[in-house]
Design a protein around this ligand. Structure first.
Ligand code: EPZ
Length: 425
């Protein structure tokens, strides 16, 4: 198993270019199953999760050609040869559940092994299934799998108990070929939902309201293959913004969309970070003012993103004063707290939802784990400002969601390397 070795290296400075969004890319790849036409997707990030989804689509019958020299994928699902997503791939990536909606809409039947929970929570799919049932599908929940069958999907009005990103995406993809109109109330409003709706509308769908809490979808007969550029990754953007803050550095972030990271900009400014939205991108300076504590509470978009919670907490362990962090989206997203405490951070938690962080003068390098994708990024950032060496294991979590993670940080002056972990005899 590989690990990262990180040593303290002073303020990061220079420029970084943000890659395409993992969380926009995955539903858009699933949506290519809705047409027998050829889709060309650009600004594709080279990620393990994208590779898993490519293999998933191939197993279902799509032809997938990768041109990573140009960050482009060509996907053509001329025919669907298998209505079932294989467990071996679903177990690698929860987002595999996103093939359910398109398969159901295209062929009338879809079967997916239930993606288990993961480090950050049980991750149920009840809202996805509630949406498919409302559209007229018969849902069968077997041992470890779920199957949806429908001769015809009929548009309907439905309310999501929680603005689930995945459920909104899956239901939208099922409704685009349904008969009649579907209205999703209390829909998720994330930029990735808007990017998926834009992709579907280019294909010939008729979707209005994406990005608000009410999305209206008028079913159409057929969709066509299209060409699409994926939006930049707002969580990668936030990660590099916090990297400038925690190292007291100065980074120009190219290809960022300021509108997609408003809560992160607002909170970093509250801490004294200087952020300028200039022509070339977002200039983030942690080297101007003494940086101080603030409070964050994660919420569905446009609130503070849960995916930024662990990364921002790592930063808060290094600033003067006491900060409060409340996680409202996932039930177990404080796995990084124990890892940060091993590095000398002072954090008190309450029911795995509330944390009180008191800044310390200096973190200490330690052997830590990446417990999930974003928690991995958090401990790497902490390692950049900790005394001595930090070793981060289980880095496959990080490599599934950040393109050229090490290269980008080394180009900014970070002292980080990837080594193979010696297997203990
Ligand atoms: C998406 O996951 C993202 N993944 C996650 O990013 C992100 O953290 C999450 O949205 C919230 O923003 C992708 O887009 C591939 P949800 P998703 O459905 O769709 C509960 C990362 O780091 N819920 O909005 O799974 C659920 O348990 C990943 O890139 C139900 O109860 O998130 C959770 O508590 C991590 N029933 C909450 O809603 C359901 O049917 C939010 O889940 C579905 C969800």
């Amino acid at each position: 198993m590989a690990k990262f070795l990180i040593r303290e290296n002073g303020p990061l400075h220079g420029e970084v270019t943000i890659s395409g969004s993992k969380n926009a890319m995955l539903p858009i790849m699933a949506a290519t199953l809705l047409t027998d036409g050829k889709c060309q997707i650009m600004d594709v990030p080279r990620l393990r999760d994208v590779d898993v989804m490519c293999n998933m689509l191939r197993r279902i019958g799509a032809d997938v050609q990768e041109d990573y020299d140009n960050n482009t994928l060509y996907i053509e699902a001329t025919e669907i040869t298998d209505n079932e997503a294989p467990y071996a791939l679903v177990s690698k990536m929860r987002a595999s559940i996103l093939v359910l909606g398109p398969l159901l809409a295209r062929t009338g039947r879809a079967r997916v092994p239930l993606p288990g929970g993961c480090a950050i929570g049980a991750r149920p799919v009840d809202l996805h299934l509630k949406g498919f049932a409302a559209l007229g599908a018969k849902i069968v929940e077997g041992k470890g799998y779920v199957e949806a069958v429908a001769d015809k999907l009929i548009g309907c009005n439905l309310y999501l108990d929680f603005p689930s990103v995945g459920a909104t995406e899956n239901i939208m993809m099922a409704a685009v070929l349904a008969e009649g109109t579907t209205v999703i109330e209390n829909a998720a409003e994330e930029p990735e939902i808007v990017d998926l709706a834009n992709f579907l509308n280019k294909m010939g769908a008729r979707i209005k309201g994406a990005g608000t809490d009410t999305i209206k979808i008028e079913g159409v007969e057929k969709l066509n293959g299209v060409l699409h550029n994926v939006i930049p990754d707002r969580i990668e953007t936030g990660t590099f913004m916090v990297a400038a803050a925690i190292t007291r550095g100065n980074i120009l972030i190219r290809n960022a969309v300021p509108d997609h990271v408003k809560p992160v900009i607002a909170k970093l400014k509250e801490c004294g970070v200087v952020i300028e939205d200039c022509l070339d991108g977002l200039l983030v300076r942690g080297d101007v003012n003494p940086l101080v504590a603030t409070d964050i509470k994660t919420l569905p978009y446009p609130g503070f993103p849960t995916d930024m919670q662990s990364i921002f907490m790592a930063f808060l362990t290094t600033v003067q004063g006491t900060s409060n962090v409340i996680e409202t989206v996932f039930e177990n997203r404080f796995m990084h707290v124990a890892e940060l405490e091993r590095m000398g951070a002072r954090i008190e938690t309450e029911e795995d939802r509330k944390a009180m962080i008191t800044g310390v003068e200096k973190l200490k390098g330690a052997e830590v784990l990446a417990t999930d994708l974003r928690a991995g990024a958090a401990v790497v950032l902490a390692g950049m400002v900790a005394e001595g060496e930090t070793q981060v294991s289980e880095i496959y979590h990080i490599e599934r969601g950040y393109e050229r993670f090490i290269d980008k940080f080394r180009a900014l002056g970070a002292d980080i390397e990837r080594v193979e972990e010696k297997v203990k005899e």
